[in-house]
Design a protein around this ligand. Structure first.
Ligand code: GLU
Length: 481
């Protein structure tokens, strides 16, 4: 039988980063063992499942590189099969009709709580004659769970987990409206699709015991279970919105790369020596369940950022430009050949300064901005009237320059500063502000060489318009400070 894993998200929201790790581990385990990796959308909770969530989950999985090997299946489309299995159990006396009303069940819970007993269903219809059924009450179908002994889950991560059967009540298989429960549907679907390994969060550990009982009653082989510890936030609590972004879509928007996220999620609860940067090829070669930690992993945004920075630095420039393209387009900046050439030339010096694509967009924007470019507050402050005069005086020097290359630009700028009788910084800083709209950037001469002579002169000219308003015709002393 082909080793088969599956990822089975409930489409009630966007793909949670912890749930994405479950997808990754299932994907890797199947790849490592040359098996199949399936995707099942568990949309039986009609009230909470949404089409938007389904679209978003599928989209995020594809973006993350974790699309399934086969088209996704939808649990809701198998309802008649779930009902059929429940009816078979009923026919065999392994399930029964329960006519309890919601208020009766509520009473049962309250009484159990008051007397300190576990709030389990007491099995009152288990052996009752259905002829005693109250008129007009539609029954639920409950599983006749074993009452004695214990259920043992041989968990691939947690080891043997033993649960007293007295702690597991007769769960509902079909609700009184005839719809199947998750507990039934998951067993039937995993069996019908040949799932051999169920790898998921340890919040499903008790469910595994109930599901094992159902497999045994159906005389189906029980899949191997592997329950991973949850991901915690920096404060030790279960990772949730209060810790910040938890949706994969949010990390995508923040400018994280899929490869960096995969690498980071892999290291959250799984290790291979001290290796931090692990390629997909090595991950597939090395991944197995025995190296999954039994204790919860802590989410560390700084670590994710530093891994992302690593992947950004390692990415080739052309593919980075392609990743930046939609982000610029969203701002109304469309990349023509000239702008692409500027980005390709400028990105190598920008890469080491950023950790995310969004930071790269911000750092590279000046290369592709339409004139007149916008100036940030620091640049605006720096470009006072004296600075603008300096720029006006620089322009003819640049216009006369024979070769537009970094070294030639540098010596012309230095000579111009000398002629103007100002410190080099008093010329370089306003030039940088006028060309980039900010006061920090990689080498000024590199930027000037990449932007090209006419763009440089035009941008400088855009900033000299205030020069006429100045009373002084000489650069002010403040520029020398
Ligand atoms: N649909 C369940 C969830 O999203 C997962 C069920 C399973 O993996 O068995 O929590």
């Amino acid at each position: 039988m082909t080793l088969t894993t599956r990822f089975a998200p409930s489409p009630t929201g966007s793909l949670h980063i912890g749930v994405a790790r479950t997808a990754l581990f299932n994907w890797l385990y199947a790849r490592h063992h040359e098996g199949r990796y399936l995707l099942r959308i568990e949309d039986t909770d009609h009230a909470r499942s949404t089409d938007a969530a389904i679209t978003s989950i599928l989209d995020c999985l594809t973006w993350l590189g974790l699309a399934a090997d086969e088209p996704p299946t939808f649990q809701s489309s198998q309802e008649s099969r779930h009902v059929e299995v429940a009816m078979n159990l009923l026919a065999k006396g392994l399930a029964y009709r329960c006519y309890c009303t919601p208020s009766e069940l509520e009473e049962m819970r309250i009484e159990a709580k008051a007397s300190g007993r576990p709030t389990l269903y007491d099995g009152r219809w288990r052996d009752l004659d259905p002829a005693k059924a109250p008129p007009g009450v539609k029954p639920a179908i409950r599983f006749k769970a074993p009452r004695d002994g214990e259920t043992v889950i041989q968990d691939q991560i947690q080891g043997d987990i033993r649960i007293e059967n007295s702690q597991l009540d007769d769960m509902v298989l079909l609700r009184s409206d005839g719809t199947p429960t998750y507990m039934l549907a998951v067993v039937v679907d995993d069996h019908d699709t040949g799932v051999t390994h169920v790898i998921r969060g340890d919040d499903h550990l008790v469910n595994a015991a109930r599901q094992s009982q159902l497999y045994l009653a159906l005389e189906w082989p029980v899949p191997k279970f592997a329950h991973m510890p949850m991901i915690h936030g920096p404060d030790g609590g279960r990772l949730s919105k209060r810790h910040g972004a938890v949706g994969i879509d949010e990390y995508r928007k923040m400018g994280f790369l899929p490869a960096a996220l995969r690498n980071y999620l892999l290291r959250l609860g799984w290790s291979h020596g001290n290796d931090e940067v692990i390629s997909d090829v090595d991950a597939i070669k090395w991944f197995d369940l025995d190296a999954v930690s039994k204790s919860p992993a802590r989410f560390d945004l700084a670590k994710l950022r530093s891994l992302n920075a690593h992947y950004l630095r390692a990415a080739d420039v052309k593919s980075l430009v392609e990743l930046l393209r939609p982000l610029f387009e969203a701002e109304g900046i469309f990349l023509c050949e000239d702008l692409i050439a500027r980005l390709e030339a400028g990105i190598p010096s920008l890469k080491p300064r950023v950790s995310t694509l969004v930071e790269l967009v911000n750092a590279a924007r000046f290369y592709v901005m339409q004139r007149p470019i916008s100036l940030n507050a620091d640049a605006t402050k720096l470009l006072n009237s004296d600075a603008r005069i300096v720029l006006a005086m620089l322009i003819p020097n640049l216009a006369d320059l024979e070769v537009w290359k970094e070294e030639a630009i540098e010596s012309t700028m230095r000579a111009a500063a000398k002629t103007m009788g100002i410190k080099f910084g008093a010329l370089a800083q306003p030039t940088r502000a006028a060309l980039t709209g900010s006061i920090t950037s990689p080498s000024l001469f590199e930027i000037m060489a990449i932007l090209g002579r006419s763009e440089v002169i035009n941008r400088l000219q855009d900033c000299t318009v205030d020069a006429s308003k100045s009373t002084s015709q000489q650069p002010g002393a403040e520029l020398n400070s």
